[in-house]
Write a protein that binds this ligand. Sequence first.
Ligand code: SF4
Length: 379
Amino acid sequence: VCPTGALSEKEHIWNVVRQLADPGKVVVVQTAPAVRAALGEEFGMAPGTLVTGKMVAALRKLGFNYVFDTDFAADATIMEEGAELVDRLTRFQNGDPTVKLPILTSCCPAWVNFFESQFPDLLDIPSSAKSPQQMFGAIAKSYFAQKMNIDPKNMVVVSVMPCLAKKYEASRPEFNREVDISISTRELAHLIKKANIDFNNLPEEDFDHPLGESTGASVIFGTTGGVIEAAVRTAYEVITGETLGKVDFEELRGFEGIRSASVKVGDLDLNIGIAHGLGNARLLLEEIRGGNPNNYHAIEIMACPGGCIGGGGQPYHHGNSEILKQRQAAIYEEDRNKAIRKSHENPYIKEMYANYFGKPMSHKAHELLHTHYEPKEKI
Ligand code: SF4
């Protein structure tokens, strides 16, 4: 057994190569939002250099049949998690005593594992929405496979993640191999180098459609505070029926380990808590267990410092917070540059709901896009 994990990283890369070489397989790749803000560092570029277009070109050169974006699934996550948030808030405002608040985000597998083992008494408050990685796999092997007349048995879904915990998430039995192989940002860099692709001189290319189209809201999933900001952009418009003039919620941004903010949504002051790093998450959860004295309605937690931009599968940053800040700035830049910045306005998401899921939290959506949590032994 390789004590550093390098061997298992290598095995994952060769597994990808084997699948790409199999003519009977349709190999689909998805890339998480934080990857594009850090991959360039492996090729000598300055931290925070956005390499979205070059990354897409490299994946196409490697031979993937479809190059898609986890950001599409992040938009779907907001449709589902946002609907849960709106449902719980509406019931809360109507005086329903059974409603569980705050809702907790659930897209970080290290965090999910943490609350399953450390806070088994609170398993009914996290959102049941799957993470974007798993939503993507479920959508690719159902909606997309059906649309393209591909037998899902012949489809291989590879994900490129900033994260090592995503490998564990993909292997959880309840997800039924929706994602076949999860590799890290560093592993993708290895693969590109092994294939002798001149990354720095690649042209900028676009993701394939339909699962490559995304909004600014989905890009900010890559940084602490981003998931909840994306959810607020959608929940605000659903609850108030008004168009959000300014989509940037600066009060939710930053790097402090625990942050809180109140956002006006119609008549409601929506109280939001944000933590990154599991030590900070524990403090916030103990507060909830103790009676939620700050009246939080929603809480975002990410296990890694800075969120996914600081994930364990990213190029090493050796604790240098300046590198994380530059990656975070790149994420917000990509958000600003997007023509559409709210998940519910993504035209391909609208099409998917109109033609396949019906509406968020429908029976089919529950079946494919939601999960459940189990108490686990304390580590
Ligand atoms: Fe993975 Fe870290 Fe992002 Fe959680 S915060 S999903 S552990 S990279």
